[in-house]
Design a binder for this molecule. Structure first.
Ligand SMILES: NC(=O)c1ccc[n+]([C@@H]2O[C@H](COP(=O)([O-])OP(=O)(O)OC[C@H]3O[C@@H](n4cnc5c(N)ncnc54)[C@H](OP(=O)(O)O)[C@@H]3O)[C@@H](O)[C@H]2O)c1
Length: 259
């Protein structure tokens, strides 16, 4: 399924997997619609994507935790693409906030995680579905996590959110049967992006420790996998894909070299 001249919408495109995804889909000659809250960063990503080969790269502010923002973003997208031309939707916006146990959990962190990782996926999908063509190899790819498969201390709400994302993906796969729209989840393990900086609220040294002595996935590793998923033949659906670094055998089982 060639991606040249196909419209690809990526949420959370201002950093990490989303930004690398924009560049990787750009290299395939795709046309991009990029959303996130940090518009200055989106502008840079759009420029990089064009350099890598994107036929078009448009960006607009998007906060997936707000229905009004999602609806505005999708009507902006609809005007640009005109008609049922959205070929790939990547629900990537999200992340973890804090590492507190439930006993010490903060409402603001819990709410932010559910808003972006769960409700954000639902809102964007609901709004974008009318723009997706039937029987044309279109894809919805949600970004889950190994956290959706295994609970860990301090991760209750993030794990719940990503388990929720997985069940939403499964329900959507059933609901869209017969439309020809492909639905799947890509669930990464340890990857070095801004994920841990956000989780540790800007504490860069705490974030660095997460990856100490180990060889994590990069944003580009995941971006290439997203391109691969979207470019399978139209009759092939990658339902669920777990991707971990070789150094991570399980969520809490990470090999670390001593220097
Ligand atoms: N890195 C990992 O180890 C890992 C592993 C498994 C899964 N994941 C998942 O992968 C996805 C991408 O994370 P990443 O690792 O690339 O981290 P990242 O570098 O922090 O990127 C997260 C992206 O999500 C956007 N975002 C967050 N909340 C948003 C909101 N309310 N509305 C719109 N955009 C929002 C951010 O943009 P703005 O801040 O500009 O809005 C940013 O572009 C997330 O769903 C994360 O949970 C990450």
């Amino acid at each position: 399924m060639p991606l040249k001249n196909k419209w690809v919408l990526i949420t959370g495109a201002s950093s990490g997997f989303g930004a690398a995804g924009a560049v990787a889909f750009g290299a395939e000659g795709a046309k991009l619609l990029l959303g996130a809250r940090r518009v200055d960063r989106l502008k840079k990503v759009a420029a990089e994507s064009k350099k890598s080969g994107a036929v078009a790269a448009h960006f607009h502010e998007l906060d997936v935790s707000k229905t009004a923002s999602v609806e505005e973003f999708i009507s902006w997208s609809a005007k640009i693409i005109g008609g049922k031309n959205l070929h790939v939707l990547i629900n990537n916006a999200g992340g973890a906030h804090g590492i507190d146990t439930i006993a010490d959990g903060k409402d603001a962190d819990w709410e932010a995680m559910i808003q972006s990782n769960v409700l954000g996926v639902l809102r964007v999908t609901r709004a974008a579905l009318p723009l997706m063509p039937r029987d044309a190899g279109a894809s919805i790819i949600n970004i889950g996590s190994v956290a959706g498969h295994t609970a860990y201390e301090g991760g209750a709400v993030y794990c719940a959110a990503k388990a929720g994302e997985m069940q939403i993906t499964r329900a959507l796969r059933l609901e869209l049967l017969g439309t020809g729209i492909r639905v799947g989840t890509v669930d990464p393990g340890l990857a070095e992006t801004e994920f841990s900086i956000v989780r540790f609220k800007g504490d860069a040294s705490a974030a660095k420790k997460v990856y100490e002595g180990t060889h994590p996935l990069t944003a580009e590793d995941i971006a290439k996998i997203l391109v691969w998923v979207a470019s399978r033949p139209a009759h092939v659906n990658i339902d669920e894909l777990v991707v971990k670094p070789v150094d991570q055998a399980a969520v809490g089982k990470v090999f670390r070299r001593k220097f």
